[in-house]
Write a protein that binds this ligand. Structure first.
Ligand code: ADP
Ligand code: MG
Length: 369
């Protein structure tokens, strides 16, 4: 590292012996993934050869420059990495794209963390990997699986059609037991068909083939339809759904059908995972440029170890075993919400209470939209 460093005073890497310096250079130089170190002003202090190879930038070109100005895509904002006023370190693990020097986008997976020295924020460190190959493989696998799912749909519909005809006595009368069995078989076929349809939907959405037809929607109208569809399931379990939409909530600019699907999926989970005769609370509020919708239940909540995964397709927590589902609902929720420029997250109620609180944040309609 040169002595005329623009960020010398913040240089974290001043180590107290030459040998440590050499060791540091050796590690950084040979580190098998991209490594960036920033000072507390978000200037680039270190940029190892792997990082140079991935991005096409030479260290000499970007040394001392503001990270977000040169490395488009990497999370450089220290404010996002620490909780204001706290010593708590916040790791950011994410997937994203980084812009290569020549302008093309490279998919990367990165982890960033703040660097503290004696509780003082001194800078940040980020490691990242080029995941182009993994992405291509993933895409290839996705195409294969979706072709397979698509091909399963045809024979299933045919089987369902025959079962329906049997049930409608088109092939002659059925005794009580036969009717019961055919009815059960038809229900199972319909269920699998539904899973396949949802799966194909998510593949399409993830491939960016989701087209939204947005309109201005009023939350009261939006929820009226939703409550009607959810009430039967809720009534069966004696669950009360309480909804609080303050007056004068702004309109939201969403694809009504898709957005209702999001809320129905969350509500469906809340009902499924709640005990009988409990309450589910839906609240709407405004926060800065967004409308927040929270759905709160009194179920088991989400275990700490499941939290990072529940929005992944087909992920189901252990306790879900007995409860019907295939783990695709939350993946659909996330994809649709993000296509709207929104976010969705979950937290648990504070002990001794238990239950999950899912929050949706969608940009509210403003004059500029
Ligand atoms: N309200 C909730 N309370 C507790 N666990 C939940 C809740 N919503 C979702 N989960 C957990 O997240 C997993 C994924 O949800 P989802 O994608 O909707 O799949 P499914 O409902 O088909 O199981 C569920 O299997 C369950 O483990
Ligand atoms: Mg579900």
């Amino acid at each position: 590292m040169s002595d005329n460093s623009p960020a010398k005073e913040d240089n974290l890497l001043k180590l107290d012996s030459v040998r440590k310096d050499e060791l540091f250079d050796l590690i950084v130089g040979n580190f098998p993934v991209g490594l960036i170190i920033l000072d507390r002003h978000e200037n680039i202090l270190e940029f190892n050869p792997a990082a140079q190879e991935i991005t096409g930038f030479k260290k000499s070109e970007i040394y001392g420059k503001k990270c977000h100005k040169v490395l488009i895509g990497i999370p450089c904002h220290l404010s996002e990495m620490k909780t204001a006023g706290s010593e708590e370190k916040v790791l950011v693990h994410a997937e994203g794209t980084i812009r290569h020097k020549d302008g093309h986008e490279i998919p990367v997976r990165y982890t960033a963390a703040p660097l503290f020295k004696k509780n003082e924020l001194k800078g940040a460190i980020a490691v990242f990997r080029d995941v182009t190959k993994e992405k291509q493989l993933e895409q290839h696998r996705r195409v294969l699986i979706s072709m397979f799912a698509h091909d399963l749909k045809g024979p299933l519909s045919v089987a369902g059609g025959f079962l329906l005809r049997l049930l409608q006595k088109k092939a002659g009368p059925l005794n009580e037991k036969q009717e019961k069995y055919v009815d059960a078989a038809l229900k199972e076929v319909t269920r699998v068909e539904k899973y396949i349809r949802s799966f194909l939907d998510i593949v399409r959405m993830e491939a960016g083939q989701i087209s939204l037809s947005r309109e201005l929607c009023d939350l009261n109208t939006l929820f009226a339809d939703i409550l009607e569809s959810a009430s039967m399931e809720a009534d069966q379990k004696g669950i009360r759904i309480l909804i609080d939409i303050p007056e004068a909530m702004p309109l939201i600019y969403v694809d009504k059908t898709q957005f209702q699907r999001v809320i129905l999926n969350l509500l469906d989970n809340a009902i499924k995972y709640s005990p009988e005769n409990s309450e589910i609370k839906i609240r709407c509020s405004e926060h800065e440029k967004n409308v927040l919708i929270t759905i709160e239940d009194n179920g088991p909540g989400i275990q700490e170890e499941d939290l990072p995964y529940i929005f992944d397709p087909f992920y189901r927590a252990n306790y879900s075993g007995q409860i019907e589902g295939c783990g695709i609902g939350l993946a659909i929720v996330k994809t649709i919400v993000e296509a709207h420029g929104g976010k969705v997250w979950v937290r648990n109620k504070k002990a001794p209470a238990h239950g999950a609180i899912f929050t949706l944040s969608v940009p509210k309609h403003s004059v500029e939209t």
